[in-house]
Design a protein. Structure first.
Length: 118
């Protein structure tokens, strides 16, 4: 299964926030805001050794959970305070749990290992 592009990920985030409906494309201002949040959240996930993908290639099996997590970071920008709080409460912990669960067994190697032969 191919990775989701940055545009696909961004549009899915905006769909979760009810800004777009399926098939629509984000406007320039929304594109900039969402892509900045995707990069920021991914950097936080990298620091916690969870993120192993690039910002422009989201693993398809993580897309829905990551989109929910990114949307939680953007909720205050696109919803009123009560809606945003309810959205974050309903989605943030669940999304983070699934992301941790789905990435727990992924081997991450900073440098290739060298085999020793006898």
């Amino acid at each position: 299964m191919a990775d989701a592009t940055l545009a696909q990920t961004r549009n899915r985030v905006l769909e979760k926030l009810y800004v777009l409906i399926a098939g629509e494309t984000a406007e320039a201002e929304d594109t900039e805001i969402v892509e900045r949040v995707i990069a920021s959240v991914n950097e936080d996930l990298r620091e916690n050794e969870i993120c192993y993908w690039s910002d422009s290639a989201t693993p398809q099996h993580l897309l829905e959970h990551l989109a929910a997590l990114y949307a939680c970071s953007l909720a205050n920008d696109y919803m009123d305070a009560n809606e945003a709080a309810a959205f974050v409460q309903a989605n943030e912990a669940k999304a983070m749990f699934k992301i941790r669960e789905l990435t727990a067994n992924v081997k991450r190697i900073a440098t290739p290992s060298k085999g020793t032969y006898f």
